[in-house]
Each structure stands twice: as C-alpha cells, then as structure tokens.
Design a protein around this ligand. Structure first.
Ligand code: SAM
Length: 217
C-alpha cells in the first residue's frame, strides 16, 4: 500500500506557512503517537485508519505498527515525505500511505474504521477546520469511529505570538462542527488533562478537547 502522491489544488497561504514551519527544522514533532489516539485506537478492532493533518506521520506509523492500514493526509509535502520515510524506517511501509493534499477538497472513495484528527489546528493562517471535520464524517465506514483531538488551551507558555491569539475550540464546538445526523452515537465530547513535555523536556499539564463519535448505521 506504500504510496506517496501530491495534489496541486488548495489553500496557498496555509500550505506555504506549514511548509516553511517544517522546513525550519528536520523534525518538528516528537514522532511518538498522540496519547489520546493510542487510548482510543487500542480499544477498537483493527482495520483501515485515516489520519487528517498527519504531520510527520507519528500516528500513522504507530497505527501500522499495531496492525492497522494507515493513510496520512497533510498539506505539507515536506511533512508527507518525512512520514513516508518514517514508515520505511519502522518497517511498516506496506501498511502505510501518505498523500499531500488540502483536506478542504481532498476526496476518497475509501471508507475507514477509524478517522482521526490530532491537533488539526493552524495559526496564524486560518483553515476551514469546521468544514474539514464535517467532510471527514463522510469517510467513516458504518460501525467506524471519528476521533477529533484538539488543543483546548495553549500547549505550553513558550508560544509564538500568533498562537497566543489563537481561539482554541471546545469539545461542544467540534461536535457541532460535525453536523451529525441520527446515524451517529456520541461516545465522548470532553476535556481531558494530560501531562506533556515542553520543547526543553520539562513536564507540564495540557488540556485536550476530545470528541469521539461512532457511525452506527
Ligand atoms: C499542529 S499540526 C499536527 C500534526 C500531527 N497531527 C501531530 O499530531 O503531530 C497540524 C497539521 O495540519 C496540517 N494541515 C493544516 N491545514 C491542513 C489542510 N487544509 N489540509 C491538510 N492538512 C492540513 C498542517 O500541515 C500540520 O501538519
């Protein structure tokens, strides 16, 4: 399944901003799985998973290591190339695919047992986040789950000025953005505190917004 493609449609300024951010350093994320995803996915039957705004692929690689087939989509070509390389280093490239595309317009005929978005948040460049999340409901298979994990508060004090002005979503706002009809069950829509580490390695408390819904029919 290992594949790697690029589309050209899209949101120029957000792409440029993220490209520049990824280009500044060799790796901007830890490469480790996000804790909420590990909790949720660990309790689900394995199948196909889609990661929205997958960044450098830490979650996709982890999912593949657990036995899922993981597809990661991100605006940034640099991030997608890193995800692709990480899957090869981890020896799970057969169970991963990465696509550079704008999720506001990206389409797929595939349906997934798990669609996950971890910190699909963009500052200072706006993205149509609510629309992206609403579209993502269409990618979930019957019986499958959609997980939206977001920073509900600044993740640490050492933030760029733009991020200090960013408005963090609440679980209710993310749930509302999904515009679910009666074929969905809401499993969770809540704030979860978590201990994280600053870029300097110091532990500190952060607050995640977690929305987990299941397509019942
Ligand atoms: C804060 S990062 C999170 C990355 C990863 N999920 C993680 O947890 O490490 C947000 C990611 O969303 C991506 N992104 C932002 N807008 C997007 C869009 N419209 N389509 C696809 N990806 C997007 C960015 O390129 C960036 O990699």
């Amino acid at each position: 399944m290992h594949a790697h493609e690029t589309t050209t449609d899209g949101v120029g300024s957000a792409r440029d901003w993220w490209e520049q951010r990824y280009a500044e350093r060799d790796g901007i994320w830890s490469g480790r799985v996000n804790a909420v995803l590990a909790d949720v996915a660990g309790a689900l039957p394995m199948g196909r998973a889609l990661d929205l705004g997958c960044g450098e692929g830490g979650d996709v690689v982890w999912l593949a290591e657990q036995g899922w087939d993981g597809l990661g989509v991100d605006l940034s070509v640099t991030a997608i190339e890193r995800g692709s390389r990480a899957s090869v280093s981890a020896g799970v490239e057969e169970r991963t695919a990465f696509v550079a595309a704008d999720l506001a317009t990206w389409e797929t005929a595939a349906r997934f047992g798990l669609v996950t978005a971890s910190f699909l948040q963009s500052w200072p460049v706006e993205i149509p986040r609510a629309e992206i999340l609403r579209r993502a409901t269409g990618f979930v298979a019957v019986g499958g789950h959609l997980l939206v994990t977001a920073h509900a508060a600044p993740p640490h004090d050492d933030l760029p000025v733009e991020m200090r002005e960013y408005r963090f979503p609440t679980p209710d706002e993310d749930l509302t953005a999904l515009q679910l009809d009666g074929s969905w069950d809401v499993v969770a829509a809540e704030l979860r505190p978590r201990t994280a580490t600053t870029p300097d390695g110091d532990p500190h408390e952060v607050l995640d917004s977690v929305v987990l819904v299941r397509r019942a029919r």
